[in-house]
Design a protein around this ligand. Structure first.
Ligand code: PGA
Length: 257
């Protein structure tokens, strides 16, 4: 497994921050700071709010940038009477390459279940994009010693119904809920252990687990990115707070420096 080369993927999850004008300014700075060799080393994705996607897409195209675009969520139907929702084909039309599915904030505040996440992942593939499927335990679950069973259940449930070929293409983000936005990062060895567990589940599902990218997310900053990324099973980062500062995000992308 250690010999397989997986291209890391570093994605900025902007959450509900930045209007479209602020988004343009941020992407211009990121674009300036991320060098060609950084793009060779890692896929770099920005996931702005829906209202900024079109502006950022236009900028990426105008500047011939290698930045990739991602959505933060989508509905599982390809269209319909679902007021306030956004369909996967709409994101594909905006040249999104990735869509985050099942972020813990969606699970916690909008009651998304593993079954919902699986339906979304299916819709994302059907529209020609790839899901970044998020899993992670809460502090209560960790303290109760349930991390393994929770993660195994979430991975299996969130990927239910996907073909092996699809599972081989997706990205999993391990984000311990207690580390998100708290400034508290998982120890890199602990994060690696859970990412290794996830890789084992992917293998049990019959996928080519050694080639699937698994990101860590939860208070990733310029100061801890290198150590996290050095771990065997960690193939990138899903970055929240630090992705809103161009300098910090670029330093995370340039973690090898
Ligand atoms: P954080 O968020 O980097 O601000 O902890 C990570 C995430 O929620 O994806």
């Amino acid at each position: 497994m250690a010999t397989v080369k997986r291209k890391p993927i570093i994605a900025g999850n902007w959450k509900m921050f930045k209007n479209h004008l602020e988004a343009i300014a941020l992407v211009q700075k990121i674009n300036y700071l991320v060098r060609p060799e950084d793009h060779d080393n890692a896929e770099v994705v920005v996931c702005p709010p829906f209202t900024a996607l079109r502006a950022v897409q236009t900028l990426i195209e105008a500047e011939d940038s290698r930045l990739l675009l991602g959505g933060q969520n989508c509905h599982w139907e390809k269209e319909g009477a679902f007021t306030g929702e956004v369909a996967a084909p709409m994101l594909a039309r905006l040249k999104c390459s990735y869509v985050i599915a099942g972020h813990s904030e969606r699970r916690q505040y909008f009651h998304e279940t593993d079954a919902d996440v699986a339906r979304k992942a299916t819709a994302i593939f059907a529209a020609g994009m790839k899901p970044i499927v998020c899993v992670g335990e809460t502090l209560e679950q960790r303290d109760a010693g349930d991390t393994e069973s929770v993660i195994i259940g979430q991975v299996k449930g969130s990927l239910d119904g996907l073909s092996t070929e699809q599972v081989n293409q997706l990205v999993v983000a391990y984000e311990p809920v207690w580390a998100i936005g708290t400034g508290r990062t998982a120890q890199s060895s602990d994060a690696n252990q859970v990412c290794g567990l996830i890789r084992g589940v992917l293998s049990d599902l019959g996928a080519d687990a050694a080639s699937i990218r698994i990101q860590y997310g939860g208070s990733v900053k310029p100061g801890n990115a290198k150590e996290l990324m050095a771990e065997e099973h960690i193939d990138g980062a899903l970055v929240g707070g630090a992705s809103l500062e161009a300098d910090d995000f670029a330093l995370i992308v340039r973690y090898r420096d």
